[in-house]
Design a protein around this ligand. Structure first.
Ligand code: NAD
Ligand code: UDP
Length: 311
């Protein structure tokens, strides 16, 4: 088998650390670049003795030079609390980070995958979301630093592809959960599980009728690798998510049932521009990547609850 050298930006984060585990298991050499903004050393500490793994503390808004075969560009805070903490920095990470990584890919002739997001669809008026839908994003809303940053990153990826023939893959990731999410990350699955395990109130924002479609981390990792290895002329964008859609209230009830907690649901104000509904159409991923998610919410939640219990 060909041992590839692979750069993963944001590799100390939730998704990146799982991706690195899989790439190493598949026999590749991995260089992880991360500034530890939302990532944790704990996520990659088990890899530090592995001679095929290397960690470099670096901020991707600054240029970076290395020789690799493939780049997975994941560096970017993903939870609304974290990406809104320093919105200017979030835009810089998406935009300048994409410019730096695409410039690197062009120079060294590497294939590069962008971790884009369902957030490019904003508060969608087309349901479920297909890749040809242009989205409904408030350009000056609280979420825009993330949404618009990711949209510009996609623009940059396609311009480097058209103008410089850089080999690109763009995936749009839908809400993903699993072990190694930061307990204070603020996203709904980790919030509800941590609250339930601590016997605290479960905080539903709004009336809980808004929907999301939750994907387990292992399915995402599989989809990312399939996308990177897809046929040369397939660029995406392609949705990677689990189409099973739940209301936030249903999610809260499932977490309560699985943790057998005495926690009660409380309702808090809905943050501005919070999308009302979200569900991926994954026909393209099925056709082009021969990929579909395998792990359903119940099983994924059981594994994730076990992880948070162990912390
Ligand atoms: P995360 O916050 O756990 O990981 C992001 C990582 O990027 C962290 O380790 C952080 O320290 C690092 N980082 C942030 N800014 C950086 C910078 N300027 N330079 C270097 N490193 C930097 O988030 P995640 O859930 O693992 O998300 C990973 C990627 O997947 C992100 O690009 C995110 O937008 C995308 N994504 C995730 C989801 C999801 O549900 N988890 C959904 C859609 C898209
Ligand atoms: N949410 C909630 N309680 C929480 C955290 C989030 O009700 O403690 C809601 C949030 O308002 C949104 C949904 O859950 O409607 C998903 O939020 P998350 O931040 O996980 O992801 P995103 O909004 O980016 O899809």
């Amino acid at each position: 088998m060909l041992r590839k050298k692979i750069l993963v930006t944001g590799g100390a984060g939730f998704v990146g650390s799982h991706l690195i585990d899989r790439l190493l298991q598949n026999g590749h050499e991995v260089i992880c670049v991360d500034n530890y903004f939302t990532g944790q050393k704990q996520n990659i500490i088990h890899l530090m003795e592995n001679p095929y793994f290397e960690y470099i503390r670096h901020d991707i808004t600054m240029p970076f030079f290395i020789e690799v075969d493939e780049i997975y560009n994941l560096a970017c805070p993903a939870s609304p609390i974290h990406y809104q903490y320093n919105p200017i920095k979030t835009v810089k990470t998406s935009v300048m980070g994409a410019i730096n990584m695409l410039g690197l890919a062009k120079r060294i002739n590497a294939k590069i995958l962008q971790a884009s997001t369902s957030e490019v669809y904003g508060d969608p008026q087309v349901h479920p979301q297909t890749e040809d839908y242009w989205g409904h994003v408030n350009p000056i809303g609280k979420r825009s630093c993330y949404d618009e940053g990711k949209r510009v990153a996609e623009t940059l990826f396609f311009n480097y592809y058209w103008q410089n023939a850089v080999q690109i893959k763009v995936i749009r990731i839908f809400n993903t959960y699993g072990p190694r999410m930061h307990p204070n990350d603020g996203r709904v699955v980790s919030n509800f599980i941590v609250q339930a395990l601590n016997g605290e109130d479960i905080t539903i924002y709004g009336d809980g009728t808004q929907t999301r479609s939750f994907q387990y981390i292992d399915d995402l990792v599989e989809g990312m690798i399939q996308a990177m290895n897809s046929r040369d002329d397939f660029t995406g964008p392609v949705n990677i998510g689990n189409p099973n859609e739940f209301t936030i209230k249903e999610l809260a009830e499932k977490v309560i049932e699985l943790t057998a907690t005495s926690s009660k649901i409380v309702y808090k104000e809905l943050p501005s521009d919070d999308p009302l509904q979200r569900q991926p159409d994954i026909s393209l991923a099925k056709k082009e990547l021969d990929w579909e998610p395998k792990i359903q919410l119940h099983d994924g939640l059981v594994k994730t609850i076990e992880y948070f219990k162990s912390l």
